[in-house]
Design a protein around this ligand. Structure first.
Ligand code: GRF
Length: 219
């Protein structure tokens, strides 16, 4: 699909940026036909910003404390992002909830990666909650962002069995390995113009996805 122009992508992070790294790697190898135009962070010390700099990608930091309230932060963020004319935003460990005006401005153009098999465990501390609930499967989800936190329609999931010897750390490690597979894949589908959100429905190859594409990971 190299005849298509490279997809203009902006990535938003707050932390380590290992998912960002997976996107950068896929872009560098040519597996992902994207142009990551900038990486935004709400934290100046996010280690992921250094990963972007190493890859010669523009980095931007917006400090929430510099704004009077959430809508003001969201509006400034939206303004800066729009100026870069992206086709897709990827929330890759961006730990701020974006308000409805922001979501509306980019509807159908924002993907998020979340460390659970949504709709199980939206929110934080998913690995701990999986263990506490005694779930036998766990994983990660890439979904379109809507007004509901971690609630937008799912695109692709990575699933692993939970072993009796798993800990929060082991789950984090195993799940993030899968995240680095499914996130570039979903972004790749956007770059190939195969994935779209149409009236709230996920369309992949012009067919409605009634459930997320499932990728099974190792035990
Ligand atoms: C990932 O687990 C992702 O699912 C969640 O935040 C974490 C980000 O990790 N939204 P990293 O910064 O990409 O390493």
């Amino acid at each position: 699909m190299t005849h298509l122009p490279r997809l203009k992508v902006i990535v938003l992070i707050s932390g380590q940026g290992t998912n960002l790294q997976a996107l950068i790697r896929a872009q560098q190898t040519g597996e992902l036909h994207s142009d990551i135009r900038a990486v935004f962070s709400d934290r100046i010390d996010a280690p992921g910003l250094e990963r972007a700099r190493q890859a010669d990608i523009d980095t931007r930091h917006l400090e929430p404390a510099d704004f009077d309230n959430r809508p003001a932060f969201d509006a400034a963020l939206a303004r800066e992002i729009l100026a870069l004319e992206p086709e897709l935003l990827v929330l890759a460990g961006f730990m701020r909830v974006l308000g409805s005006d922001f979501v509306e401005a980019f509807r159908g153009r924002v993907l998020n990666i979340h460390p659970s098999l949504l709709p199980r465990f939206p929110g934080l501390n998913t690995h701990r909650r999986v263990l506490a609930a005694g779930d036998t499967v766990h994983g990660a989800t890439v979904h379109f962002v809507t007004e509901t936190l971690d609630g937008g329609p799912a695109v692709i999931q990575y699933r692993i069995p939970v072993g009796s010897d798993d800990t929060e750390d082991s789950l984090k490690f195993r799940v993030s390995r899968g995240e680095h597979i499914i996130l570039p894949r979903a972004v790749g589908w956007c770059a190939e113009q195969r994935l779209r959100l149409v009236n709230g429905a996920v369309m992949l190859d012009d067919r409605e996805l009634n459930q997320a594409v499932m990728v099974d990971g190792e035990a």
